[in-house]
Design a protein around this ligand. Structure first.
Ligand SMILES: Nc1nc2c(ncn2[C@@H]2O[C@H](COP(=O)(O)OP(=O)(O)O)[C@@H](O)[C@H]2O)c(=O)[nH]1
Ligand SMILES: [Mg+2]
Length: 301
C-alpha cells in the first residue's frame, strides 16, 4: 500500500463519521441560508473540530459562497474542502539541516513517543542518515527495553543508562556520542508520567537546557506526540507541554484507530503549531510526513 492509501485507510473512521454527518446535513437543505451555516457549525463541533475553528470555517464559507454566488447546498462540500486546506497553511517538514540535528519527543504516557521514535529512526536510516537514539525514559526498565527493540529493528545505535538514572545525563551522553561518531540525527525519547506533572515538566526543561548547551547551533525539533483518539484533550495537552518546552511540531499518532481525526484541523488552527508527522498503525513504516492536501483529500474523496 502506498503512502496515500495508508493514510486514507487510516482515516476511514474519521471520514465515515464526519462526512456522513456533513452530507446528511447538506442534503437536508434546499437552499443556503443562515440556518444551514449554524447547523454546519454544530456538526463540525461534533466532529472534534473545536468551537473557535468551526466558527472560523463557517465564516470563511459564508464569504466564499457569497463571493461565488453559490446557491446549491451540495456545492458547499467542495468549498469546505478548500477552506480547510487553506486553513491548514503550508506543510512543514522536519528541520534536519545541521549535523547533528536533535529531535526531542515529548508527550503523555501512551501517546506513541517510543514507537514513533522507532519508526522515525528507521525512516531516517533508510534515507542514509546515521542515527543515535537516547533512551530518555528512564522511569521503567521496560521503557528502555522497548526502545532497544525498535533501534535493533531500525539498525541504529542506542545510548542508555540504568533504570532510574537522570534522563538529562542520557541525552548528554547521546549528544557527546553523536559528535564523536559524526551522527546526523539524535532522537531523544522521554518519559510522560503526567500524574507527577511538576517533576515531569522540570525534567523536560532540564533535558531541553542540556540540548541547548550541548548542541548549540544545531537544529532542534521538539515534537509533541498526541494521540488522535483523545480528541479535544489533545489540545489541552499541547498547551501544557508548550509551557515546559517550545514545541516546534506535532506528531499525531493513531490516526488509524479513531473517528476523531478532525482534531488535526483544530490543532493547526488553534495552537498554531504545525503537525509535522502522522502515524497510521503500529508497523515500522506506518509513519508519514503530514501533507495537508493529502489529509483533506483522504477525508473528502
Ligand atoms: N493503532 C496504532 N497504535 C499505535 C500507533 N502508535 C503507537 N501505537 C500504540 O500505542 C501504544 C503506546 O505507544 P508507545 O510508543 O509505547 O507510547 P509512549 O508511552 O508515548 O512511548 C503502543 O501499544 C503502540 O503500539 C498508531 O499509529 N496506531
Ligand atoms: Mg515510551
Amino acid at each position: 500500500m502506498g503512502f496515500f492509501e495508508k493514510l486514507k485507510a487510516g482515516l476511514k473512521k474519521t471520514k465515515d463519521s464526519m462526512m456522513s454527518k456533513i452530507e446528511r446535513l447538506l442534503g437536508s437543505f434546499t437552499k443556503i441560508d443562515e440556518e444551514l451555516f449554524e447547523e454546519l457549525e454544530e456538526t463540525l463541533i461534533m466532529c472534534d473540530i473545536g468551537v473557535n475553528t468551526s466558527v472560523k470555517i463557517c465564516e470563511m464559507l459564508r464569504e466564499r459562497v457569497k463571493k461565488k454566488g453559490i446557491t446549491d447546498p451540495l456545492l458547499i462540500k467542495d468549498e469546505l474542502k478548500d477552506v480547510i486546506v487553506e486553513m491548514m497553511g503550508e506543510d512543514q517538514t522536519l528541520d534536519l539541516s545541521t549535523n547533528p540535528s536533535v529531535i526531542l519527543v515529548i508527550g503523555v504516557n501512551g501517546a506513541g513517543k517510543t514507537t514513533t521514535i522507532g519508526k522515525l529512526a528507521y525512516s531516517l536510516k533508510q534515507q542514509g542518515k546515521n542515527v543515535i537514539v537516547a533512551a530518555g525514559d528512564t522511569f521503567r526498565a521496560a521503557a528502555i527495553d522497548q526502545l532497544e527493540v525498535w533501534t535493533e529493528r531500525a539498525g541504529c545505535d542506542i545510548i542508555k543508562h540504568n533504570e532510574g538514572s537522570d534522563p538529562a545525563a542520557v541525552v548528554f551522553d547521546a549528544l557527546t556520542a553523536a559528535k564523536a561518531r559524526g551522527a546526523d540525527v539524535v532522537l531523544c525519547d522521554t518519559a510522560g508520567r503526567l500524574h507527577n506533572k511538576k517533576n515531569l515538566m522540570n525534567e523536560l526543561k532540564k533535558i531541553s537546557r542540556i540540548v541547548h548547551e550541548q548542541a548549540e547551533g544545531c537544529s532542534l525539533e521538539v515534537l509533541l506526540a498526541l494521540d488522535a483518539t483523545t480528541g479535544q484533550n489533545a489540545v489541552s495537552q499541547a498547551k501544557l507541554f508548550n509551557e515546559a518546552c517550545d514545541i516546534t511540531g506535532i506528531i499525531l499518532t493513531k490516526l488509524d484507530g479513531t473517528a476523531k481525526g478532525g482534531i488535526i484541523i483544530t490543532i493547526t488552527d488553534d495552537l498554531k503549531i504545525p503537525v509535522k508527522l502522522v502515524t497510521v498503525g503500529e508497523k515500522i513504516d506506518d509513519l508519514q510526513p503530514f501533507v495537508a492536501k493529502d489529509f483533506v483529500n483522504a477525508l473528502f474523496e
